[in-house]
Design a protein around this ligand. Structure first.
Ligand SMILES: Cc1cc2nc3c(=O)[nH]c(=O)nc-3n(C[C@H](O)[C@H](O)[C@H](O)COP(=O)(O)OP(=O)(O)OC[C@H]3O[C@@H](n4cnc5c(N)ncnc54)[C@H](O)[C@@H]3O)c2cc1C
Length: 434
């Protein structure tokens, strides 16, 4: 006789408490078999064997497995494709249902549809829950029932809809996991990866830090932001916990959490923005796309101290402070006139907190071609930005020693004028092509 189980399929929700899909699975009436798939489709697109994200997720899965073993269970973790792993589990267990949390990116939606179809064909129920966001899909819409493309209006409606129930944390019973001895979690090397030196990030918002967020967040030398982006990306922290802390300690920080949801809903409603400018006029910009210059930018050799420091921080750690992300992205798209998609792809390769919707959304915002974007004629001056936000030069000294003797690869005033001309010509050409 096969044991009857419900499966909980962990993906980007790697925690036991306040996990809505897991909570639903634990209430299903069947013991819950936790599963994680090192999905080949996803790991194939990584930055070689030294990928910080895979290393990070692997460490989290091992921690979760250890915790579940304390309750007589564990995680069945395997490399492969979800359908192949579930198919294998079907041979051993009588699977009654698969539970997971909903995702909103086009590739994730397509993958989940495939699993749903497979489950239906097998007579297995498939349930997905809302977990990664406070509001999803059509829950925050304009009065005309259309998706928002302006952040301030979206945030206003988001806040007006919020009630305590939306960020109420769930406590789940931990005695309803399936009792079994799972095979050991495969090693990083078994799944084709190597250790990178990344260690687990903070998993909870710290009230003191959040209370000071508004004063500190723009200064890259100050450790003044939450550093929760990786935890939010992989769900080791619950967004409801973050919102509860934000409401208590910082409206400014709450707004950042809303930006995250804003870009998620933009990608959900306008999947074309993965590859196209939200504003079609900007597709007519004649990017210079000079490969040698792109390489200089990637390697932090532009001669602009703040830009190079940011790229060094990214290359060495997989993280870059938000202010510096804006400056480096602006430099690439405006000073060098390189297509935002090149920069987006480079960040996607390097950022441990890489989130497709946020990365695409912010790149387009900086390039001027996205939702609610800054007007294109606002070009960051990297030297002025440094004076304003790194006055003591602590950040640039840390990441870019010897910056004083490096020569700028392009003159700021020249590059600014060139950017304005090229952007203007592109947008005008779209309006009246000749
Ligand atoms: C060009 C560019 C690319 C970016 N790419 C990503 C990305 O791939 N993944 C990512 O998580 N963030 C991205 N951001 C947004 C932001 O830089 C990071 O979320 C932030 O620096 C992470 O540090 P933190 O956790 O200390 O953030 P905090 O400042 O403490 O903010 C808290 C959380 O709010 C969310 N958040 C903050 N700012 C933004 C924003 N502008 N847009 C969307 N969500 C936000 C994040 O989840 C963040 O962890 C990008 C910004 C720019 C300008």
């Amino acid at each position: 006789m096969k044991s009857e189980v419900s499966i909980f399929w962990f993906r980007r929700d790697l925690r036991i408490q306040d996990n809505r899909g897991l909570h639903a699975a634990l209430a299903s009436g069947y013991p819950v078999l936790p599963v994680f798939v090192f999905d080949r489709e996803l790991t194939r697109g990584t930055d070689g064997p030294f990928d910080r994200r895979v290393d990070y997720v692997h460490q989290v899965i091992k921690c979760l497995d250890a915790r579940l073993r304390e309750h007589g269970s564990g995680i069945f973790a395997e490399p492969g494709t979800p359908v192949a792993v579930f198919q294998k589990l079907c041979e051993k267990y009588d699977i009654k249902a698969v539970f997971c949390n909903r995702e909103y990116e086009p590739t994730a939606i397509a993958r989940d549809e495939m699993v749903r179809k497979w489950a239906v064909e097998k007579g297995i129920a498939f349930h997905d829950e809302k977990d990664h966001v406070i509001f999803e899909r059509d829950e925050v819409m304009s009065q005309g029932n259309t998706p928002y493309s302006v952040f301030s209006a979206y945030a206003r409606t988001w806040k007006s809809r919020l009630s305590q129930a939306d960020y109420q944390e769930l406590r789940s019973p931990v005695d309803r996991f399936f009792g079994f001895v799972p095979p050991p979690v495969p090693s990083l090397r078994d799944i084709g990866f190597e250790k990178t030196g990344i260690s687990l990030q903070p998993l909870e918002p710290e009230p003191g830090r959040i209370a000071n967020y508004a004063q500190c967040r723009d200064y890259p030398a100050v450790d003044g932001t939450s550093r929760l982006s990786v935890a939010l990306r992989f769900g080791t922290v619950s967004v409801r916990r973050c919102v509860a802390v934000a409401i208590r300690y910082s409206e400014t920080w709450l707004n950042e959490l809303i930006w995250r949801e804003f870009f998620m809903q933009v990608l959900y409603h306008f999947p074309r923005v993965e590859r196209e400018c939200f504003k079609p006029a900007y597709e007519s910009i004649r990017w210079r796309n000079n490969e040698a210059e792109f390489e200089q930018w990637c390697e932090g050799r532009t001669g602009y101290a703040l830009v190079d420091a940011g790229m060094a921080e990214l290359n060495e750690t997989g993280y870059m402070h938000n202010r510096v992300r804006m400056v480096t992205a602006s430099f690439l798209t405006k000073h060098l006139l390189i297509d935002w998609r090149w920069g987006e792809a480079y960040f996607a390769q390097k950022l441990t907190d890489y989130e497709r919707s946020s990365n695409v959304g912010n790149w387009q915002w900086v390039a001027g071609c996205g939702c609610d974007a800054a007007p294109y004629f606002r070009v960051f001056n990297p030297a002025e930005q440094m004076k304003k936000f790194d006055r003591e030069l602590m950040y640039v000294r840390r990441w870019n020693p010897g910056f004083e003797i490096k020569k700028p690869m392009v003159d700021h005033e020249f590059a600014r004028k060139r950017a304005l001309e090229v952007y203007r010509a592109g947008v005008q050409w779209y309006k009246s092509p000749v």
